[in-house]
Design a binder for this molecule. Structure first.
Ligand code: NAD
Length: 370
């Protein structure tokens, strides 16, 4: 073999081994190019080695075209999501549309053989949530619900402290979230009967409720800390400040979990200066989060600021979320944010809606097992 030939052979062997090591990028199609899609696009750009955006879908072509121009390689564009689902160049679908479309789109994606990242909430009601769980099991696809807040440094740290046993078994969580209204520029839903356009976040039929649309991240955190199903709950709330919406701007939920732990959750979205607070009380200690500050007290000692463990180079919650999803897709391993996992906090939001609208206590019997 002459020198040139042997060099080519070495290079070819090197390339072949590199290809064998680096797996095929996951080909991603995104449905819904609104506000939230920016976080998905940004995380996917950072993970360009392991994924490729091959298709986009939105009702608004101009918005979609603008996003497409910024992609390293042009994606196919669709205004009908069913066409995107027929695209063989799409392996995983990211659904970032208003909540009322999640059920229909997730079922269709699963039936088209795609893996799915489904933005929260899982579905608008318990029946629809169960449909998605059953279809996920039937098809064996990987589904990850976009409750990525669990990958923020603060939430991970609170979970780590509780899991370490430092505060003992969790007995009580007090969670207050008082803030401004969110995403005023949301897409407008057109009522087919009247032609009236309203932000989809203001209507129960398009978003479920404020608790399902907003509070769900904090409810998920509480569920992750107590690791026990909801046993009973009572809620109170209404629209006391804004006009032109039927989703609550104020509410409180009291939850008893099967373990005996309790959650007292309150929120409002017309009080930007009021701030928020989290208290996690265990048998032997307390975790307190005030705004961005996290502190812990163990064994009766004074509260000490928490030094964050782990790597200081922070990828951000969305990147962590996608890294895990792609790994799960490659290894065909169920996501920790599977529809089953997303159901428990959703049950609290569904329960709050039932409790307030039917003026009664809701129990686990309102949610018969899957
Ligand atoms: N995980 C989080 O922290 C987080 C944060 C914000 C929003 N979200 C979730 O993301 C989802 C979208 O929220 P958003 O803030 O982007 O809303 P948005 O109103 O900004 O965008 C919704 C987009 O969906 C498009 N759309 C509507 N109907 C469609 C259809 N039939 N086919 C294709 N596209 C359609 C609209 O044109 C719009 O571009 C919701 O489920 C919301 O709960 C999650």
């Amino acid at each position: 073999m002459d020198n040139a030939l042997s060099r080519r052979a070495v290079v070819a062997a090197g390339l072949a081994s590199l290809q064998a090591q680096s797996p095929e990028p996951v080909k991603v199609g995104i449905i819904g190019i609104g506000l939230r899609s920016r976080a998905h696009l940004s995380a996917l750009k950072k993970l360009a080695a392991g994924s490729k955006i091959t298709a986009l879908c939105d009702l608004e072509s101009e918005r979609m075209a603008k996003v497409n121009q910024e992609l390293p390689a042009k994606a196919e564009m669709y205004t009908d999501y069913r066409e995107l689902l027929r695209d063989r160049n799409v392996g995983a679908v990211v659904i970032v549309t208003p909540g009322y479309l999640h059920h229909e789109m997730a079922l269709a994606a699963l039936r088209a053989g795609k893996d799915v990242v489904l933005e929260k909430p899982l579905a608008l009601n318990y029946r629809e949530a169960l449909d998605i769980i059953r279809e996920t099991r039937r098809t064996g696809r990987i589904v990850c619900v976009g409750m990525q807040r669990r990958y923020t440094r603060t939430d991970m740290e609170v979970q780590r402290i509780v899991d370490s046993g430092a505060i003992g078994p969790v007995r009580y969580i007090n969670y207050e979230e008082y803030r401004n209204d969110w995403n005023p520029q949301s897409w407008k839903y057109t009522d087919p009967a009247t032609g009236q356009k309203t932000s989809w976040r203001f209507l129960k039929k398009t978003s479920g409720s404020s608790e399902l649309e907003f509070s769900i991240h904090s409810l998920a955190m509480a569920c992750g800390l107590v690791k026990s199903p909801m046993a009973r709950l009572a809620a109170s709330g209404g629209v006391v400040h804004y006009t032109g919406r039927d989703t609550r701007d104020l509410s409180s939920i009291l939850v008893d979990f099967a373990s005996g732990a309790r959650l007292n959750y309150s929120f409002s979205c017309f009080s930007p200066r009021a701030g928020g607070k989290l208290l996690v009380i265990g048998d032997t200690g307390v975790i307190r989060r005030d705004g961005g500050k996290l502190a812990v007290s163990t064994a009766g000692k004074p509260l000490e600021p928490v030094k964050f463990s782990g790597d200081a180079s922070d990828d951000g919650a969305e990147v962590r979320h996608y890294k895990e999803f792609f790994e799960n897709v490659r290894n065909r391993k169920p996501s920790p944010l599977s529809p089953e996992a997303a159901l428990e906090p959703a049950k609290i939001a569904y329960g709050a809606e039932i409790s307030i609208s039917e003026n009664r206590i809701v129990t686990a019997k309102d949610f018969p097992a899957v």
